[in-house]
Design a protein around this ligand. Structure first.
Ligand code: ATP
Length: 292
């Protein structure tokens, strides 16, 4: 089997308290693909993002990103992939865009350029003006032209989320990890941001892994949708989404779009029911053991 850009192979992840979040999880993502993860609450979607980002190390199995085995922050990659590939440039955006309140929006968006190589090297030298132009161009692309000098508290939630997308993209990441970035927004703003997200992806083609609860969002944005089982999460099913791009809000009301969303909804309801029927994966102590 050819190696994917991102590859989780038979991964198990047990958290410190004993919770097994993922078990036998296998997932491959091609370079430049746009993949979404959907599934019941608590099934391990965010855990997959953390593994791919290298914030967690798998308890068993392997996680490869861009030809490199990833592990927890501060640990050295091991095994055959240790010296094979440079560290991937990753962009991250979450549901609540955390901005540093004492910095302007422009300065917040610029942060990755200050800390990620090769930009870091040039930042202190001559490129500050060039970087400023790059940030302003990106802000204009997401509808924030003229807001670079504002402070975070002067922007609405939707505007902050746009700025957060700019911050995730400013250092030209090869991989974009998005954890419900539009989850806290009203429907109109959310749909507007789907459009912006789609345009940014089409222009730059980073590999995207997006976690979402919104099945319409998933069908609108993804090339492939991975449906997960209840915890411990596995990939139950992968759906290719062949709708032509650029997708529009109108096209999201087409019968085939509605059918896909409905099928996903039913698959997740089924996964939730199956999960309810599954006994707990972590053995609970008996009353006698607790009392002893
Ligand atoms: N740091 C942690 N320590 C212990 N258990 C954790 C930790 N983080 C997550 N879990 C547990 O692991 C399981 C998977 O969590 P995760 O956040 O990956 O799920 P999710 O699918 O993203 O959930 P949701 O859809 O509700 O956001 C959950 O049962 C959660 O309680």
């Amino acid at each position: 089997m050819s190696q994917s850009f991102i590859q989780l192979s038979d991964v198990m992840l047990r958290y410190g308290g004993g919770t097994i979040a993922l078990d036998h999880t296998t997932l491959g993502i091609a370079e430049g693909d746009f993949v979404t993860l959907v599934g019941p609450s608590g099934c391990g979607k965010s855990t997959i993002l953390k593994l791919v980002a290298g914030l967690l190390k798998p308890t068993a199995g392997a996680v490869i990103a861009g030809g490199r085995e990833v592990g927890a922050v501060g640990t050295q990659p091991s095994g055959a992939h240790a010296a094979q590939a440079p560290r991937l440039r990753i962009g991250l955006a979450f549901q609540n865009p955390t901005m540093l309140p004492w910095l302007t929006i422009r300065e917040n968006v610029m942060i990755p350029l200050k800390i990620v190589q090769p930009f870091r090297q040039d930042f202190a030298k001559k490129k500050k003006g060039e970087y400023r132009d790059r940030v302003d161009a990106l802000l204009a692309q997401v509808g924030l032209k003229g807001f670079g000098d504002k402070r975070p508290w002067q922007l609405s939630g939707g505007m902050l989320q746009r700025a957060s997308l700019c911050r995730a993209l400013v250092h030209e990441p090869e991989l974009l990890l998005l954890d419900e970035p539009f989850g806290a927004l009203d429907q109109f703003t959310r749909e507007e941001l789907w459009d912006i997200m789609q345009s940014l992806w089409m222009a730059r083609r980073p590999t995207v892994l997006l976690v979402t609860h919104d099945l319409r969002e998933s069908a609108y944005l993804a090339n492939r949708i991975c449906v997960m089982s209840s915890r411990p999460g596995r990939i139950l099913e992968t759906r290719d989404v062949g709708f032509a791009r650029p997708r529009t809000l109108e096209s999201s009301y087409a019968p085939e779009f509605a059918t896909l969303v409905q099928q996903l909804r039913m698959r997740i309801a089924e996964a939730r029911r199956d999960g309810d029927a599954t006994p707990p994966t972590v053995a609970r102590p008996s009353i006698e053991e607790v009392a002893a």
